[in-house]
Design a protein around this ligand. Structure first.
Ligand SMILES: *Cc1c(COP(=O)(O)O)cnc(C)c1O
Ligand code: SF4
Length: 339
């Protein structure tokens, strides 16, 4: 028998950060996910084809927030590949938001005045079934690929850009040192006034908010807007609260964007709970998005009439600052379009 030589004990600084361990431990097998939840009977509705197209991926901490034995759990619905995804529905295509047309350079998408969005990486810690990026070749199209050179050059050359958005994939799936490499280079661009981070990781993998990340954020030379992505109040627990509290201590402004999803959060009480729970964690609601119409997500769609009625009922019930803006992304528009 051949045995691997024991690896020498590494000094702490050389060990991968702890969050990467939680990342690697994510569940990728639908059968394992269902059996963890006592839902083996649901296996017949899982689509191997959908899972091959966009694999299941879900961190164990997020699974722990799902209700055992509930096939309709709102967190489970967001990650489980079902047969419904393979139905072809007219109007649901491959690039619903016009990202291909708005590409300014490798991993740089510029749609709106003053804002440049960087696709920093193609990877995410969780794969959300409704994601509009499920068909876009983001993995080959990242701004990090050439050491950020093209992205920095484009931003430097356009003095109308005063805000850079780090998006993806999930920007926090990059190592903090890689993010620091980017912001160190951006710090020499005189016209930048704000930085924005769009990440679902504080919710799905709160381990990611470690000392190194907080130190990096706290030292940035610009005010930072940090937009998390939670669709349901059950996505919050003590570990998420702690991660968000640390982000706030780093001085960032926390906002939440959610997607309106049939069977997940399409009731007034689910949306009100989400706003209230977000605020309790120090996060202000920002956007409630109408779904981007990409192939495979039609079963999540809420029609505009119902979406508007839900939003009106929400506004009638909550404090004004707890009501997110209901928007949709329309290719060619100058910003997200209010419904
Ligand atoms: C959504 C989006 C933004 C940000 O829009 P805000 O309304 O400022 O949140 C910027 N760039 C791109 C390409 C976007 O899709
Ligand atoms: S975290 Fe965001 S980008 Fe990643 S799969 Fe989910 S919705 Fe898509």
């Amino acid at each position: 028998m051949i045995t691997a030589a024991p690896s020498p004990i590494q000094p702490a600084a050389l060990q991968p950060p702890r969050w990467q361990h939680a990342w690697r431990e994510a569940v990728r097998d639908p059968g394992e996910l269902l059996s963890l939840l006592g839902l083996d009977g649901l296996a017949a509705k899982v689509s191997a084809e959908a899972a091959a197209q966009f694999p299941l991926r879900v961190p164990r901490g997020f699974i722990a927030r799902m209700r055992h034995g509930d096939p309709d759990d709102p967190l489970l619905r967001q990650v489980l590949p079902l047969d419904d995804e393979m139905r072809r529905v007219p109007g649901f295509g491959l690039d619903a938001v016009g990202d291909s047309a708005a590409r300014a350079g490798t991993g740089v998408i510029q749609k709106y005045q003053g804002r440049s969005l960087l696709v920093t990486t193609g990877s995410c810690a969780v794969h959300c079934r409704y994601c509009f990026r499920r068909h876009f070749p983001y993995a080959e199209e990242t701004a990090a690929r050439d050491g950020w050179h093209e992205a920095i050059a484009l931003i430097r050359a356009d003095s109308s850009i005063d805000e850079v958005l780090l998006s993806g994939g999930d920007p926090l799936s990059l190592a903090t040192s890689k993010l620091a490499e980017l912001t160190d280079a951006l710090a020499s661009v005189p016209h930048l006034k704000r930085l924005r981070v769009h990440s679902r990781l504080p919710v799905v993998l709160p381990e990611r908010v470690d000392d190194a990340l907080v130190d990096w954020l706290a030292a940035l030379p610009w005010p930072v807007a940090f937009v998390i992505h939670a669709n349901h109040a059950n996505e919050f627990d003590a570990s998420v609260d702690a991660a968000l509290s640390r982000l706030r201590q780093a001085g960032v402004q926390l906002l939440n964007q959610a997607v309106l999803l049939r069977g997940v959060n399409d009731t007034v009480s689910a949306l009100a709970d989400l706003s209230e729970r977000s605020f309790a964690a120090g996060v202000l609601p920002y956007y409630l998005h109408q779904l981007d119409r990409v192939a495979g997500v039609a079963h999540f769609e809420v029609d505009d009439t119902r979406a508007l009625a839900l939003h009106a009922a929400l506004a009638a019930r909550l404090s004004g600052y707890l009501v997110p803006r209901l928007v949709r992304e329309v290719p060619g528009d100058t910003g997200k379009r209010p419904l």
